[in-house]
Ligand binder design. Structure first.
Ligand code: SIN
Ligand code: CO
Length: 426
């Protein structure tokens, strides 16, 4: 929702946001620590989609990448998805960004929260953080949201349809959860706030602590100090969404010549009755046209799940390198997906940002690596190993889907091989 349709677009200002903050190294980060010493297998078996997990110091020293000012700066950019939740006289109000700087600097001392979604597209560190959770299929990944709230602030008791990892950035927050079955929400409120909330358990989170919550679990986060929360969210497609979207997919592919014809028409007994011949024709035509199998569903899922969200736009290079120059650059630096790119595969079919591509070996092996690792090192970018690869990567580079490592145009270096100093260690 654009509040300011007539205003000229503001330029992203990521560079000014990253003036401070810890650079994570191999020594600081490990997947085992992220899960509190638990193996991924145990986490998935016992907690994922089932019950909460609190991990103290999952990311020690985490929290300096964004603060109130830099998050507000993001919330004023045209390419961000920002929301401001305020409670006034007990009533919840919701406004959508982008905001004017004055709107955010003049907020009251308490009872509000600023939330910015898609921070993984706006900040290289956000992309890095999101992909620390690559032990969950990318098809489930949604985005990274970062919130700021002053003491007492939050979005109120609610439940999400998401699995979420809530990582405490700056400040402290009390998280309360409830196993209640009553998920009735306040009528007319712009957010789904629970009418009743009975706290069963609560924890105070410090910077670097993490709380995993499964979907449908009632929770409430209350800032105890100025407080930043980083939420890594995993979507689970809803049944009505998937069926509706699949029907749209089938419809988009329909090309049906012909029409009903009744040269044998006899005078009807009732002029208002639908003729049997027309019903038979409609049944036969629909049955013949609307067919699918598992391969069709896989095709739909790949396109649908890799389709960028409506507000996401790529930045193709202004002066793209020639194929030869691109090929030389990736042989030297490797190639990395842009943070906005969504690449999935199923069997021989690869899906890049909603587009499908069939790949035969050895291209398939390279594309699998690119999709899984979100980068290919220089050693895997040699033309001789797979002549089709470089041409395809060049096409995707021209579309802004990937770049020679470290050369993303918006200053958002893909983190895989980037110079921001973040480690991919696990
Ligand atoms: C927040 O960051 O305030 C909201 C996170 C959540 O409860 O889902
Ligand atoms: Co929530």
């Amino acid at each position: 929702m654009d509040k300011h349709p007539d205003k000229p677009a503001r330029k992203p200002k990521h560079a000014s946001l990253i003036q401070q903050g810890k650079t994570f190294t191999e020594a600081d980060y490990s997947l085992q620590r992220l899960l509190g010493g638990m193996s991924v297998e145990k986490f998935l078996a016992e907690h994922w989609h089932k019950k909460p997990l609190l991990v103290r110091q999952a990311l020690p020293d985490f929290g300096d990448w964004l603060n109130r000012d830099s998050l507000s700066e993001l919330a004023c950019q045209d390419n961000s998805e920002a929301r401001l939740v305020q409670f006034k006289r007990g009533l919840c109000q919701l406004e959508y960004g982008p905001f004017e700087p004055e709107e955010l600097s003049g907020l009251p001392k308490k009872n509000w929260s600023l939330l910015v979604s898609g921070v993984n597209h706006l900040l290289p560190q956000g992309d890095w953080l999101l992909h620390r959770f690559d032990f969950i299929p990318a098809a489930r990944l949604d985005d990274l949201m970062v919130s700021f709230a002053p003491p007492g602030g939050g979005v109120g008791p609610h439940f999400d349809s998401y699995d979420v990892f809530l990582i405490q950035g700056q400040g402290r927050r009390r998280w309360e959860i409830s196993a209640q079955d009553d998920l009735t929400v306040v009528e007319g409120a712009p957010l789904r706030i629970l009418k009743e909330f009975r706290v069963d358990q609560s924890w105070e989170l410090e910077p670097g602590d993490m709380l995993y919550l499964p979907p449908q679990l009632a929770h409430n986060g209350v800032a105890l100090t100025d407080c930043m929360t980083w939420s890594v969210g995993f979507r689970a497609p809803k049944s009505d969404e998937i069926v509706g979207q699949f029907l749209t997919h089938l419809q988009d592919k329909l090309e049906l010549p012909g029409m009903y014809a009744d040269p044998e028409l006899k005078r009807p007994k009732h002029v208002a009755e639908i003729p049997s011949a027309m019903l038979d024709w409609a049944e036969k035509t629909i049955r013949a046209a609307v067919r699918w199998d598992k391969a069709e569903i896989a095709d739909f899922l790949g396109r649908y799940l890799s389709e960028p969200k409506a507000h996401v736009f790529f930045d193709p290079p202004e002066r793209p390198k020639s194929l030869a120059a691109f090929s030389k650059a990736i042989r030297k630096h490797g190639v990395a997906l842009d943070a906005r790119s969504q690449m999935l595969f199923r069997g021989e079919a690869f899906f890049m940002n909603g587009e499908r591509l069939e790949a035969s070996p050895p291209l398939r092996a390279k594309l699998c690596d690119l999709a899984d690792q979100r980068m290919l090192p220089p050693s895997k970018c040699e033309q001789e190993q797979c002549p089709e690869l470089v041409g395809l990567l060049h096409l995707w580079y021209q579309a802004g889907y990937l770049f020679p490592a470290g050369l993303s145009p918006a200053g958002l270096s893909p983190v895989g091989l980037s110079p921001v100093g973040l480690s991919l260690a696990e």
